[in-house]
Design a binder for this molecule. Structure first.
Ligand SMILES: Nc1nc2c(c(=O)[nH]1)N[C@H]1C(S)=C(S)[C@@H](COP(=O)(O)OP(=O)(O)OC[C@H]3O[C@@H](n4cnc5c(N)ncnc54)[C@H](O)[C@@H]3O)O[C@H]1N2
Ligand code: MOO
Length: 482
């Protein structure tokens, strides 16, 4: 599957810019039209004379089947070395070791309610009060009660808590202490609280050393809170991979409306937050001019865990990604994928071991590359589990591609959200099935569909249409939590 760089095959490094060198054509760099069916390759161009200016070669011969490409991407890296971070810095990363309790939870027998700690059956004589954060070493004698706040440690000897709304205090004249009685109208038990009532016993949630969260758990806000409650100040996590993002294209503008044959850079704004949602920490997005040397220096000089490039993956005169990778002696693990949009996407391993994903420049094609190659690889690097496949039924017919998987932006609906769809059986809807409605504007160069999509539907290749009702895999657009 891997294809080693030409320089490696020839056993030498190749000086000079990629654009100025001849590419041997004996191996037959065949041109495969973007939409030519697989297996109908046109013959390769005639061999060039050594030293003559050459077009970069273009390799995706139909590409790897989409499911295989995802598998290759998942296996194209290794979990990064764990680090120990202060609690708050660990958010969004994955536990590299189980989270264990540094103490019992609760750490002491605790009042679960505002009211009175009581000892034995009532009525009780009343004395003192205990607030949260206070501890009394003095035991509560049988027949006595003390005011207590939620979260306060129970005094030794207390057998239950009577809630504030379940008791009333009687002051008898001439007596130094007041009396506490059960207020029958409110008490759950007119005889008074049963032993243990409204007490959270020490260790109810965990004992010191108990495993609270397994290694591999994604640290969310609740996990941070749990770690703090259990007495931890640091967590050992797999760091989120750092990515360098290189956006290629001299035609790209950074502000204002598209003009003079130029277009706005849509991927510079799109990629960093999407990468973050995948657990990747993007460095600054660098816009590179369409020049092979610049790209080679940027890629060769990167120290990131992952490199993502956009554009320059196809067959145009300034599409340098493949030739530069070849020149850097990278191994191509995925050289095009049988998927639409996005078929020129690629995945390479640099001699340093660093993975590089080349996303096509067409914006939706780039998103498809992100979901196909970056997402599984990023999860592996970050130690995140790959999610179980999700499915939905198509709410409309979708034309399948003869040889390539199609990724189609869809909105997801409950059957009852689809008033115009009458012929789905209630049975299908009752099972909680999601229905996927294909969105317009799902062309490779368009973002209008994906920008309001809930997911991408995966339509496998075939001769016929994937008809409505068909169950298909869906890739949720996991950017909702940003
Ligand atoms: N002869 C062939 N030509 C093309 C093929 C093919 O198989 N044979 N595949 C087509 C397909 S499919 C795609 S997808 C594109 C991929 O092209 P590149 O990765 O080389 O990307 P560019 O040529 O640089 O750009 C393509 C297109 O996208 C626009 N673009 C690029 N970057 C951005 C950006 N950051 N924001 C917005 N738009 C961007 C660029 O202006 C071009 O219009 O190749 C086809 N050609
Ligand atoms: O079909 Mo391309 O891969 O436009 O996206």
């Amino acid at each position: 599957m891997g294809r080693r760089g030409r320089a490696a095959r020839e056993g030498r490094r190749r000086p000079g810019p990629v654009t100025a060198r001849a590419h041997p054509t004996t191996a037959g760099p065949r041109e495969t039209g973007a939409h030519a069916p697989r297996g109908e390759h046109t013959p390769g161009p005639p061999a060039r004379r050594p030293g003559s200016p050459a077009e970069p070669p273009y390799h995706p011969h139909g590409g790897l089947p989409w499911p295989d490409a995802r598998r290759v991407a998942q296996g194209a890296g290794r979990r990064l070395t764990p680090i120990t971070l202060p609690l708050r810095a660990a958010i969004g990363q994955v536990l590299a070791a189980p989270l264990t309790a540094a103490g019992d939870l609760p750490p002491f027998d605790t009042s679960a309610m505002d009211g009175w700690a009581v000892a034995g059956p009532g009525p009780w004589r009343l004395s003192g009060q205990l607030l949260a954060g206070q501890r009394s070493a003095e035991p509560l004698a049988e027949g006595w009660a003390t005011r207590i706040a939620t979260g306060a440690a129970l005094p030794p000897g207390a057998t239950a808590v009577l809630r504030r709304e379940g008791g009333h205090v009687e002051h008898r004249s001439g007596q130094p202490t007041a009396w506490l009685h059960v207020l029958t109208a409110h008490a759950t038990d007119p005889a008074g609280p049963a032993p243990g009532q409204d007490i959270r016993p020490r260790g109810q949630e965990c004992r010191v050393g108990d495993e609270l969260l397994a290694a591999g758990t994604l640290v969310g806000p609740a996990a941070l809170g749990l770690a703090a409650a259990a007495g931890r100040d640091e967590l050992t996590v797999v760091p989120g991979p750092r990515a360098d993002v290189f956006v290629l294209g001299d035609e790209l503008l950074d502000a204002g409306p598209p003009r003079d044959g130029r277009v706005r850079d849509a991927l510079g704004p799109l990629l960093p937050p999407w990468l973050r949602a995948l657990g990747v920490e993007p460095g600054e997005v660098r816009r590179l001019e369409d020049d092979a040397d610049t790209l080679r220096q940027a890629v060769g000089g990167s120290t990131a865990d992952l490199i993502v490039t956009t554009g320059g993956t196809a067959a145009g005169p300034v599409d340098f990604v493949r030739p530069v990778l070849d020149d850097l002696d990278a191994e191509l693990l995925v050289d095009g994928v049988a998927v639409r949009p996005g078929h020129p996407m690629l995945l390479a391993r640099l001699p340093s071991g660093r993975p590089l994903v080349g996303l096509p420049g067409n914006p939706l094609a780039a998103v498809c590359g992100l979901l196909t190659l970056v997402a599984p690889l990023a999860r592996t690097l970050a130690g995140r589990p790959q999610p179980a496949p999700r499915h939905a039924r198509l709410a409309e017919d979708v034309r399948a591609h003869a040889t390539d998987t199609r990724l189609v932006p869809v909105s997801l609906h409950d059957l009852h959200d689809l008033p115009d769809v009458h012929d789905f059986s209630e049975k299908e809807g009752e099972r909680g099935t999601a229905f996927a409605r294909p969105l317009r504007f799902g062309g490779p160069a368009m973002l209008r569909g994906i920008a309001c999509a809930d997911a991408m539907a995966v339509v496998p290749p075939g001769d016929s249409a994937a008809t409505r009702h068909t169950q298909v895999e869906i890739l949720p657009i996991a950017t909702g939590a940003l």
